[in-house]
Write a new protein. Structure first.
Length: 281
């Protein structure tokens, strides 16, 4: 009876956690659809979460409270999942250790590492979004870094400038021939010069300069744009010390999942181990 009571109590707690997360998410959806919080969400997406949380913006206090709350709720649910999962894994291993069980351990470990490094991506380094620059322009960043645009080559229909990629047709933009020549420097010393494309950022260590989109020159009216107009670009600059490790661990986790599926395909080894443990008790 005690075990049944413990199970019911655990299920009751999990149910309340799920209800709390659902209500919190609904609150977030309501705020996301509200004009009053539009600027707050935009600011949250433009910079690193750590910097956004530390920004003294009175209009975002409620939004920050919601974000911290959802993080705490997800942490509680994650801790509960970890302890429940490892308890089951320990029981499985105690019955009989095998290859599939070993890979299951690896997959769980990689899941944890991916979540940990993903959190690090929110809190470490820096991120600056929506940097608008034209040819010959530059912008200064943290720690003496500077990004300069030497040239912009746009191979496409100028009418698509400022449009979302969802509204751009295949023939409207030649992704392979549309690029910007970018120079990354620090304290006046050139670090890297390269052409960046929509899907090919400039990389220097843990720093990335990403071309987000081509836009109309700031201050130009739609009627002023003609065949001789050189578009501006919108950039995102990130410096994340854990990004490289994350890009290694994430595919390893995916590979581990596939290996585990192959080893357990049409093989009820794990279920049989659990059943043997249940029967022995």
């Amino acid at each position: 009876m005690s075990k049944i009571s413990e199970k019911l109590a655990s299920l009751h707690l999990t149910a309340w956690n799920l209800v709390a997360i659902l209500l919190w998410l609904i609150w977030g959806l309501i705020m996301a659809g509200s004009v009053a919080f539009k600027m707050g969400f935009s600011a949250m997406n433009r910079i690193l979460i750590r910097d956004w949380l530390m920004t003294p913006d009175a209009d975002s206090h409620l939004l920050k409270l919601w974000f911290i709350g959802i993080c705490l709720l997800m942490t509680l649910l994650g801790v509960n999942l970890i302890f429940c999962s490892w308890e089951k894994i320990y029981r499985i291993i105690r019955v009989k250790f095998s290859g599939p069980k070993f890979y299951m351990l690896i997959v769980h470990a990689f899941f944890g590492l991916v979540a940990l490094f993903h959190l690090g991506g929110f809190m470490l380094g820096y991120e600056q979004n929506d940097i608008s620059l034209g040819e010959g322009m530059s912008t200064k960043l943290r720690d003496g870094y500077e990004v300069k645009i030497n040239a912009i080559n746009f191979a496409g229909n100028l009418a698509i400038l400022d449009k979302s990629y969802r509204n751009i047709k295949k023939d409207d933009l030649n992704y392979k021939n549309s690029y910007a020549e970018v120079v990354l420097s620090q304290n006046g010393r050139e670090l890297r010069k390269d052409n960046i494309y929509i899907f090919m950022p400039l990389k220097y260590g843990d720093t990335r300069v990403t071309l987000k989109s081509f836009i109309s020159p700031v201050g130009a009216n739609q009627g002023q744009i003609n065949a001789t107009t050189t578009p501006w670009i919108k950039l995102t600059v990130t410096k994340n010390p854990v990004l490289s490790v994350f890009f290694v661990i994430y595919p390893l986790m995916i590979i581990g999942i596939f290996i585990h599926l192959i080893l357990t395909w049409k093989s009820p080894a794990i279920n049989r181990a659990i059943q043997e443990l249940t029967d022995s008790n």
